[in-house]
Design a protein around this ligand. Sequence first.
Ligand SMILES: *Cc1c(COP(=O)(O)O)cnc(C)c1O
Length: 318
Amino acid sequence: MATYRLNNGFHFEDGNLFCEDIKVSSESIFIDLHVKSPFFVFSEAQILHNVKQYKDVLDQLNLKYILNYSMKANANPHIMRIFKESGLSLTLVSGMELRFALECGFNPKTLVFNGNGKLDEEIALALKHDVLLNIDSLFNMKQTLRICRKTGHKARLLLRINPGINPDVHRYVSTGQEGSKFGLFSEELQEVIEAASDSKEVEVVGLHCHLGSTIKKTEIIRNSVRVLKHIWKEMKEKGFCSLQYLNIGGGLGIDYHKLVHFECRLQQNQEEELAEIKDGLSHGKVQVPSARDLVESVVDLLEEDMTLVLEPGRSLIA
Ligand SMILES: *Cc1c(COP(=O)(O)O)cnc(C)c1O
């Protein structure tokens, strides 16, 4: 019997694709799962493995951290349950995601509500539940202050910084470079800091930066942490003593070549095809940094007073 393991969730056995111990490449799965149309199959074992990659290194290095799954990568309710049971929190990019996260029973205090187009009512909902708010612009800051005054709620804020770093990825998934619509940059940042220091309604509890997706060099994220740290120090000196969260975003790339080979060969069941898949996998391997590479690349920059927040999306779900 020829078995070839693709990862922790999927393997081929005699040319048949299995997800854990369920044969996927059989007609009977349509009957067993009561589905009549094409569908996605996810492996819980693989998702748990992905989570473990992050947790292992964070625990081993004895870091204070929060691991937030970036929900926009896949908001399937069954998958949300897996992340919740694994003790993860969430990063949200829309009001609907916020509502859904609350419905799923996640602890609101570590949810991060991000976005540059938040509606008043969505901010009000976040404030009511004491969700962490990412401030993305001066407009967003004024909007938040206004809603705090109106509702009488206080806000815990993270300032989303645009560090002016080109993450070297496709422009559609690039967010941290100069001119991007995301995050606070130089003057606007100073204005937001001033507005925050003048206000009793808000407390700045952290800094945030998400450079983009499919990042292949940890060096880039390390550079953004340097920028955040600089701003952190300046703000502490100005009296922002509640700074606690250093949120470095998500964005770690995944090995798409492996997935492509995997997909191309799904239909083919012969032994020699399997050998070819193996060959393809070893040749097509792209060097994508692991969760460990990512954390180890920034650990020496972290200070005692920082709780590291990570927001991986695709690297947890792919
Ligand atoms: C999309 C997003 C992430 C996750 O990005 P991935 O590439 O899926 O890891 C993290 N933080 C924010 C603010 C995002 O918008």
